[in-house]
Design a binder for this molecule. Structure first.
Ligand SMILES: [Ca+2]
Ligand SMILES: [Ca+2]
Length: 175
C-alpha cells in the first residue's frame, strides 16, 4: 500500500510540475502582448533615465501637469524643472502629446511678432498641426498655442489668450 501511495504521489508531483511548465511557457508568450498594453506612464517606471512621474519616449522626457496655469506660468514651471514647454518636431511626437491630455499648452507662441510662430527655443515650426481655421488670433488676443485632443490628433493646435489656464506639457532630454 505504501509503495502504491508513494508511486501515486510521485506521478502526481510530476504531472503538477509539467502542468506548471506549460503554464509558464504560455504566460511567456503573453509578455509582449502585456507590455504593449502597459501605458507609457507605467513603462517609464522600469527605466530611470527620466525623473519620477515623467514619461520617456524616444530618449526624451515628458511631464504632464496635474493643475492648470497660464502659458507663462506653465513655462516657468517647466523651466524650474530644467525643462521647457514641449516642442513638437514629428508626427509621432504630435500623436503622443495629443494622447496625453485634452487642452494642454505646448511651447509655441507668436507673442513677439504677431503671426510669426516660434517654439520656445526660438526656431520656427517645420511642420504645423493647426486646427481648421486656426490660428485666428481671435479678438487679436491669441498668442499662445494649446493642443486640443478632441480636434483629432493631427489637427489639434489652437491659438489662445496666453492668460487662459490650461494643463501643460514639459519636455527635456534624458539624463
Ligand atoms: Ca497671435
Ligand atoms: Ca484661436
Amino acid at each position: 500500500n505504501k509503495k502504491i501511495y508513494t508511486y501515486r504521489t510521485h506521478t502526481h508531483t510530476r504531472l503538477t510540475v509539467n502542468k506548471q511548465k506549460t503554464q509558464t511557457v504560455n504566460m511567456a508568450s503573453y509578455i509582449p502582448v502585456l507590455s504593449a498594453r502597459i501605458p507609457p506612464t507605467v513603462q517609464s517606471r522600469f527605466c530611470q533615465r527620466c525623473p519620477e512621474n515623467w514619461m520617456e519616449i524616444n530618449s526624451r522626457c515628458y511631464f504632464l501637469s496635474r493643475g492648470s496655469k497660464s502659458w507663462k506660468e506653465s513655462r516657468a514651471d517647466c523651466q524650474s524643472k530644467d525643462a521647457d514647454l514641449v516642442i513638437i518636431s514629428s508626427g509621432e511626437e504630435q500623436r503622443f502629446i495629443t494622447g496625453l491630455k485634452d487642452r494642454a499648452w505646448i511651447g509655441l507662441t507668436d507673442e513677439e511678432n504677431e503671426g510669426i510662430w516660434k517654439w520656445v527655443d526660438g526656431t520656427a515650426p517645420a511642420k504645423t498641426y493647426w486646427h481648421h481655421q486656426q490660428p485666428d488670433n481671435f479678438l487679436k488676443k491669441e498668442h499662445c498655442v494649446e493642443a486640443v485632443q478632441s480636434y483629432g490628433e493631427l489637427h489639434t493646435w489652437n491659438d489662445l489668450d496666453c492668460s487662459t489656464r490650461r494643463h501643460w506639457i514639459c519636455e527635456k532630454s534624458v539624463v
